[in-house]
Design a protein around this ligand. Structure first.
Ligand code: HEC
Ligand code: HEC
Length: 245
């Protein structure tokens, strides 16, 4: 996992502690100009996740805008239960009810904000080909399904709970795959992504993350572009996303 810059962390924390009070919802408006909208309250989140949740420029804080609502909801449950670990995230979502988590998830999921342009890759042609092959076709000889089989033919995500794989920084993809391999990131059982990450060699992960992060988000495509077809492995996250209150 990556480490957070201590200075940035301290500055953020001050802002967040001021802002986290607003998340409690029962904010007494102390001035006639204060607008208590959900967008205002969720400023606590966008301090890290970037303007309107479009991701911070340094690539460390993931985009949350436009991801399937079921996916966002599941992740916040995973932070609450310690199945994903990042202390400040856990502190933010710990006190929130399931209803409120759904409201937040729908809010960010509906935001259609532009994606940053992809980072051109300097990787070898061989690495890029291998990455593309794994993403689009998988490797049947090792029972590795194509990423596209679940993440959508355009890799822009599927409903109810599978996020797109384009528009994510390479380091973020590598960190998440690594966390699934070691068990630091877990999801609803059966945890299909843990199985997939463990079937991949480190070179597979490196080539697929390099290829994915160099692809542009297709024009005029919103997330999630499609609803899920039958996945090649069972993913518990689908059922969990449907347990909505
Ligand atoms: C202190 C910075 C910080 C704040 C404030 C913060 N987050 Fe996060 N959040 C992160 C980091 C870092 C990650 C990724 C952690 C990891 O690598 O697993 C994350 C991950 C997430 C994810 C999973 C994203 C994905 O694609 O898997 C969601 C959803 C999320 N945050 C929602 C929120 C919401 C909603 C709020 C406000 C209530 C919030 N965050 C506030 C830092 C923050
Ligand atoms: C069997 C279906 C399936 C296949 C095949 C699959 N994924 Fe996933 N993937 C998922 C699901 C479901 C999630 C959400 C997991 C969760 O909520 O814990 C996910 C989440 C992810 C995430 C997290 C994204 C984020 O924003 O944090 C990454 C990265 C990822 N997958 C990469 C891949 C790659 C790379 C491949 C191909 C090598 C792949 N996946 C193949 C179902 C699949």
């Amino acid at each position: 996992m990556q480490t957070i810059h201590p200075q940035r962390s301290r500055a953020l924390l001050t802002g967040i502690l001021l802002c986290v009070v607003c998340l409690g919802a029962a904010v007494a408006a102390d001035g006639p100009t204060f607008e208590d909208t959900l967008g205002q309250r969720l400023k606590a989140c966008t301090q890290c996740h970037g303007d309107q949740g479009r991701a911070a420029p340094d690539g460390y804080y993931p985009r949350i805008a436009g991801k399937p609502a079921g996916y966002l909801y599941n992740q916040m449950k995973h932070f609450q239960r310690g199945e994903r670990r990042y202390d400040l995230m856990t502190k933010m979502v710990d006190p929130l009810s399931d209803d409120y988590l759904w409201e937040i998830s729908r809010y960010f999921s509906a935001l259609d904000v532009p994606y940053s342009p992809p980072v051109p890759s300097t990787a070898s042609v061989e690495t890029m080909r291998r990455g593309e092959r794994l993403a689009m076709q998988g490797d049947a000889s090792r029972q590795l399904p194509a990423c596209a089989a679940c993440h959508g033919a355009q890799l822009t995500g599927t409903t109810p709970a599978t996020p797109g794989l384009l528009g994510l920084p390479r380091d973020y993809i590598n960190a998440q795959m690594g966390a699934w391999r070691t068990g630091a990131r877990r999801g609803a059982q059966p945890d299909c992504m843990a199985d997939i990450a463990r079937r991949m060699k480190p070179e597979d992960i490196a080539s697929v993350s390099t290829w994915l992060s160099s692809q542009p988000w297709p024009a005029n495509t919103r997330t999630p572009a499609q609803s899920a077809t039958t996945p090649p492995l069972k993913c518990g996250s689908h059922a969990q996303a449907q347990e909505r209150p």
